[in-house]
Write a protein that binds this ligand. Structure first.
Ligand SMILES: Cc1cc2nc3c(=O)[nH]c(=O)nc-3n(C[C@H](O)[C@H](O)[C@H](O)COP(=O)(O)OP(=O)(O)OC[C@H]3O[C@@H](n4cnc5c(N)ncnc54)[C@H](O)[C@@H]3O)c2cc1C
Length: 310
């Protein structure tokens, strides 16, 4: 299999990142190369290195707000339509280009427990590991044994989980810039019938609470939940504070909070990335005025944004 490249001479004519993000927002980039496995990823990184082209890496684009002006860099999209997964006993080896829900489904079909928390979350395994994605108090980082990481020179290293600094919706990988090519995960034997039933329950729960991202442009929860100030407390939902502060009444251009979940921004017809950012700024300001709490963004910004962006 070979990687696919969509490349033009100037970023203004380059592929639009709105085609590759679930917000359906974002201007052009210099060129976009899709890689489906570690070999292709390594090759693409080397090729850009040889010609001195800078690049950014994305996965499913489901946690990104890309600037309307786009980015004057190459983009590598590490994404596979087909699950690239292998089982070894209770361990799974997965190419990080695999869609997260394909991995969660594979585990269920194999009768392996431990990834139900990833059911229905869009994006790739790589994006999930970098942001330690999850739900219901569990996250993918809990299952990671090690990753195969590539640096900007395409040098490969095996990094054990205890070097990845997993925390709530974060890992050390964001600081180091290491790219996740593949991962080894440890699961446990489960009851296939029970796992299948739970998967269906979670999918139904998500369908009831979240917008269908295939139809409604969004990047899911915009802000992180609020960390407890003592070990006795639980993490508090940012959506609750936003709801109480009246954030659902806000609207900026085509951007507005989703009617069933105040922490989810949806982009309606004509919406720009600047609308979304301004709305998020106003939402955070409301919560700060009402409760004195600072909200921190979960969605990542890509492109040149003002230094004072939330
Ligand atoms: C409807 C909806 C519901 C969601 N629900 C949840 C939820 O319940 N829980 C949750 O945690 N998240 C949720 N999300 C957010 C999102 O799906 C996850 O954060 C997902 O893991 C992001 O993966 P991605 O491949 O789309 O990453 P992208 O958005 O493409 O990238 C995000 C970041 O990861 C980096 N990155 C991507 N791939 C790699 C890689 N291979 N190596 C190194 N860095 C990489 C990018 O550079 C970028 O900084 C939801 C999103 C939507 C749209």
């Amino acid at each position: 299999m070979t990687s696919r490249t969509d490349s033009r001479s100037s970023p203004a004519n380059g592929p639009r990142l709105s085609l590759y993000t679930t917000f359906r927002l974002g201007g052009p980039c210099r060129g976009l190369t899709t890689c489906v496995n570690a070999t292709e990823l390594r090759r693409a990184i080397r090729a850009f290195g040889e010609v001195g082209e800078d690049f950014v890496l994305i996965g499913g684009g489901s946690n990104l707000l890309v600037n309307d002006a786009g980015i004057d860099r190459q983009v590598i999209r590490y994404f596979s339509e087909r699950p690239m997964v292998a089982r070894q006993g209770n361990e799974i080896i997965v190419q990080a280009s695999t869609r997260l829900d394909d991995l969660a489904n594979y585990a269920v079909q194999q009768g392996l427990d431990g990834l139900l928390c990833c059911t229905g979350i869009p994006g790739t395994v790589g994006g999930a590991i970098v942001g330690n994605a999850g739900a219901f108090g569990e996250q993918i980082g809990d299952r990671v044994i090690s990753i195969t990481a590539l640096d900007r020179n395409a040098t490969e290293r095996e990094l054990p989980a205890d070097e990845l600094g997993f925390g709530y919706r974060q890992s050390r990988l964001s600081d180091t810039g290491a790219m996740v090519a593949a991962a080894r995960l440890r699961l446990r034997q489960g009851d296939r019938t029970r796992l299948r039933a739970r998967r269906q329950e979670i999918l139904a729960l998500r369908a009831a609470k979240h917008p269908d991202w295939q139809r409604i442009p969004t990047a899911g929860s915009f802000f992180k939940n609020i960390e407890p100030t003592s070990s006795a407390e639980r993490r508090q939902a940012a959506g609750w504070f936003l709801e109480q502060a009246g954030a659902k009444n806000l609207r900026v251009g085509g951007a507005r909070p989703y009617e069933k979940h105040a922490n989810i921004i949806i982009a309606e017809r004509g919406c720009t990335a600047a609308d979304v950012l301004e709305l998020s700024r106003q939402m955070a300001a409301l919560v700060h005025e009402e409760f004195g709490i600072e909200l921190h963004r979960e969605v990542r910004l890509l492109g040149d944004w003002p230094a004072n962006a939330v």
